[in-house]
Design a protein around this ligand. Structure first.
Ligand SMILES: [Zn+2]
Length: 174
């Protein structure tokens, strides 16, 4: 029998690079540097994606969307999150809440926290009151040129498969 609830954990890091946009949690933040690497470098959405996949023991983001595949260069990371959400729903679960910590020297997340929480809530299809977001500076870690995201999600058995498909992810890529 499937357990009623499961948790998932996700971790990601990206290096800051000049001259590219900074996207965190699906929100573009004004900053001289953005996060390089896989897709649009959205460290928070990647960690959420891995947390969702981990909750249902699915393969991780790098296995499903290999960074070596040019198809994902510059891609909107919401695509990865939706695919992971689909896996959660196919396994018969729905997201209850998520919590996250960002570790980065800058920019300050406080002024953008409401916008990031709203966007993440929208992507996950849960209320903003179920999206936790905390930001820390990397004291003593020597990682001032990187952004790290840590995420946990709780999922619970969906009431029925019909309900699960009714609240399926929105395929609006804007
Ligand atoms: Zn990443």
């Amino acid at each position: 029998m499937k357990p009623e609830t499961r948790i998932g954990f996700g971790w990601d890091s990206h290096e800051f690079k000049r001259g590219i946009p900074l996207r965190i949690g699906g929100v573009e933040l004004a900053h001289p540097k953005g996060l390089g690497g896989h897709s649009d470098g959205d460290v928070l959405l990647h960690a959420i994606t891995d947390a969702l996949l981990g909750a249902v023991a699915a393969p991780d983001i790098g296995s499903l969307f290999p960074p070596s595949d040019p198809k994902w260069k510059g891609a909107d990371s919401a695509i990865f999150l939706w695919a992971a959400l689909q896996r959660v729903q196919e396994a018969g679960y729905a997201v209850v809440n998520m919590d996250s910590t960002l570790i980065l020297a800058g920019p300050k997340i406080g002024p953008h926290a409401a916008a990031i929480r709203a966007r993440v809530a929208e992507l996950l299809g849960i209320p903003e009151s179920s999206v936790g977001l905390k930001a820390k500076t990397p004291e003593g870690l020597g990682t001032d040129n990187a952004a790290v995201a840590q995420v946990v999600v709780l999922v619970q058995k969906a009431p029925s498969s019909a309900a699960a498909s009714a609240q399926g992810p929105v395929q609006d890529l804007t």
